[in-house]
Structure formats: C-alpha cells, structure tokens
Write a protein that binds this ligand. Structure first.
Ligand SMILES: [Zn+2]
Length: 244
C-alpha cells in the first residue's frame, strides 16, 4: 500500500467528518500529519475541508516551507509546527472551531470539571491559551507553555487544537473535547454537577498514567490494546485497594 496515498485519504476523511459534525464553517480549520521524518502533509488554505480531494493536500518541510502541491498550506500552520517541534510522539494535528468548546474558550472557561470518566482517560489535562491574532506568532506564543503536557488546547476567542499518534486519534480527541464541553454545558444548564472526586479521581488519573506508559510502545492491534487496557485497569484497582 502507498503510505502517502493512505495518509492523504485519511486526512480527506477527517476533514469530511469535521465539516459534517459542524466543527468547521466555510473554509475554516486545518489538519496535518507527519509524512516521514522531514515533511508534513497539510490541508490547503481557502478550501472547504468537507469537500477536499487527496490531490488538494500540500507537502511542506518541517518549517512550513512548501515542497509540493498546488495550493498554499494553511495560514494557521504555525500552531501545527510548534506542536511537532515539541512532541516527537505526535504524528497528527487537528485544528477546528467546534461551537460548544469554542464558546467555552470565548467565555474564558475550560470544560474540565471531572464529570465524565472516559474524558479524563482519553484527554487528560485541557489547556486554555490566551488570544492571539490568527496566522500570527501571537497564537503560538500563547500556546507554547501548554504543548508539552496537553493533547487538547483551547485558544481564547478562536477554537481548539488537538494532537495524537495518528490523524484519527487527533480527530477523536477533538470529538471528545466537544462532547465533554456539551456535557459540561448541560450540567451548567441544570445547575447541578456531580463531580468524580477524591479516591475515584485519583484512580482514573493513575490509570491514565499507567496506560500512557504502556501504550508508548505501539500495541499489536485492537485486540491487544483492549487486553492491555483491561490488564492495566485490574492492576491499578488492585494497587488502589492494597493501599487503602
Ligand atoms: Zn482557526
């Protein structure tokens, strides 16, 4: 299989899903992925990400300089470059404007109350970077303090950026981010919030740390990953019981 061709297809599919979910309007947003050690595959500027073709994608070097492709690379590529430079573990970055989480960012808030166990496991810490004019160094200056520790960063009065080990994982994190923003918003509307607290929260954080350590080496497939998660949950829970 042609790896570049498969990666182009994945980015096109992620753009389609972001647009279909209403996370992007018009030509907003951008997606990129590492193409080997020294190049990136990037969505073009000024094109609706819901209707891209694989040939529309642009290849750049690791400084954002164009290598091949007809269009101009995304004007917001700088935030992607910042993440790739800081995070060798990251192979893909997604930037979008999902309305609920972007609403939180516009309100100067993070939807990070510990109300959903899966969100804590998947996403970890959520950051809120200060506002910067899109396309300028102000954006990356604001994000710099968070890129090492966070896979999901809100940008005040702008949107969100997520990253992961592949394009689909980066998309899933964007979906989880918007999903927990929606759930947090419902708890705000209801005026009640039952947070995961104390020992239960510690157990989840320990589980996330243990999983991150174990999955640093790529598992051999979905079955292997499922059994790894089950084993890790059992280990963390028995350790927690022992310490009680
Ligand atoms: Zn944007």
């Amino acid at each position: 299989m042609n790896t570049e061709s498969a990666l182009r297809d994945s980015i096109v599919e992620v753009g389609r899903r972001l647009y279909a979910r209403g996370y992007l309007a018009g030509a907003d947003g951008n997606v990129s992925a590492r193409l080997g050690a020294r190049r990136l595959l990037v969505t073009p500027s000024g094109v609706c990400k819901g209707f891209m073709k694989p040939a529309d994608l642009v290849v750049t070097d690791m400084s954002g300089g164009p290598v091949s492709g007809n269009g101009a690379p995304s004007s917001e590529l700088k935030m992607h470059l910042l993440i790739y430079a800081a995070r060798p573990d990251v192979a893909a970055v997604v930037h979008a404007h999902p309305p609920v989480v972007t609403g939180y960012a516009a309100a100067g808030l993070k939807p990070d109350s510990p109300v959903i166990a899966e969100a804590i496991l998947t996403l970890g810490k959520i950051a809120l970077a200060p506002y910067g004019t899109p396309g300028t160094a102000e954006v990356t200056d604001g994000m710099r303090a968070f890129v090492n520790d966070c896979d999901a960063i809100l940008m005040a009065n702008h949107g969100a950026v997520t990253c992961g080990a592949d394009v689909e994982k980066a998309l899933f994190k964007m979906e989880t981010l918007e999903h927990i923003a929606e759930i947090n918003l419902v708890t705000e509307v209801l005026g009640r919030k039952s947070e995961i607290a104390g020992g239960n929260l510690k157990k989840l954080l320990a589980l996330r740390a243990a999983l991150a350590k174990k999955t640093a080496a790529p598992p051999d497939g979905p079955g292997r990953l499922a059994s790894l998660i089950a084993d890790t949950i059992a280990e963390v829970l028995s350790e927690h019981e022992r310490r009680k």
